[in-house]
Ligand binder design. Sequence first.
Ligand code: KG4
Ligand code: ZN
Length: 358
Amino acid sequence: MIVLGIETSCDETGVALYNTTPWEAGKPAFEGILGQGLHSQIAMHRDYGGVVPELASRDHIRRVLPLLDQSLAQSGLKLGDIDAVAYTQGPGLAGALLVGSAFAKSLAQGLKLPSIGVHHLEGHLLSPLLGQTAPEFPFIALLVSGGHTQLMKVSGIGQYELLGETLDDAAGEAFDKTAKLLGLDYPGGAAISKLAEKGRVGIFDLPKPMLHSGDFDFSFSGLKTAVLNQVKKWEANSHSDPQGRDQFHADLARSFVDAIVAVLVSKSEKVLEQTGCKHLVLAGGVGANAQLRQALNNMASKRGYAVHYPPIELCTDNGVMIAFAGALRMLNQNNGSTRSGAFDVKPRWDLQSNNLAN
Ligand code: KG4
Ligand code: ZN
């Protein structure tokens, strides 16, 4: 079965074609990726310091068809070869989601194919299955993106249990807001991580929120405020030496990254301990973070766990993960596919409410 995937939940337009044949034959899942197209709107939103929803929707409209053509050309397939259309139904920006939904549903209707609405986070948390060493079920997923920070137990396709989540800012949001305080462009996650490499360890004693809370929830807004206080203190001392400022920013970035990584790793370790799961999966945009990967690897090798990552280019939003998650849903019973023409999106959507029947 060949599934077309359309991702338009936020600021990336992603289109991909996925063939389920290797998966069904027990071969590595990545062998099913036939073609893909991706356009990031980051440059467009940068001047505004964040995503402008209306601009995002308009740009998805402009990009989606050329990206489909690109995916078809790459795969050597024709529209008539597609068996189903998967699209991100939520969560995300309502207008942006509607572009993908309208496009996918119209195409499916025209080609007389089923369409299937995919939960964006399901796309992220199944994407490590597309890596070189796929995790075994059950596994724990640490989902860290611009909009979510969650620890989930994944017992199978469509079997998700939320164990903990952020009470305020998402990890990616904390990275982006802190990066802004340090004068870095939006989205600052990758930039702050690079800056932190030039910083010295332990210069600032930043809080590690909820490290010992005894549950698996997170809170990151206090950490961002602590960074703001350090910036204000530094400015009040009227330092004007630009070299001194660069080192100050690098040291602060280092302490920030170390604090956030310490919390994410400690909670992941406790979840593994408590659930008895041996496999941890890191997914979502923050999953591209080098310091987090290193720290998780260290913890896992000490404790005898295995950590699995999606290929680095599939950490941030993309069409492949939506085509793949849609395809796996189609292969399972109760797949939720529809031939109706309604453009239904769910800007807010709880992943567990979309679980498959046992
Ligand atoms: O999953 P994603 O592409 O979009 C959402 O679904 O939110 O994640 C985007 C987030 C942004 O906050 C971005 O700053 C962060 O992922 N990010 C990073 C890195 N690369 C992307 N955060 C930390 N380190 C990185 N290397
Ligand atoms: Zn995402």
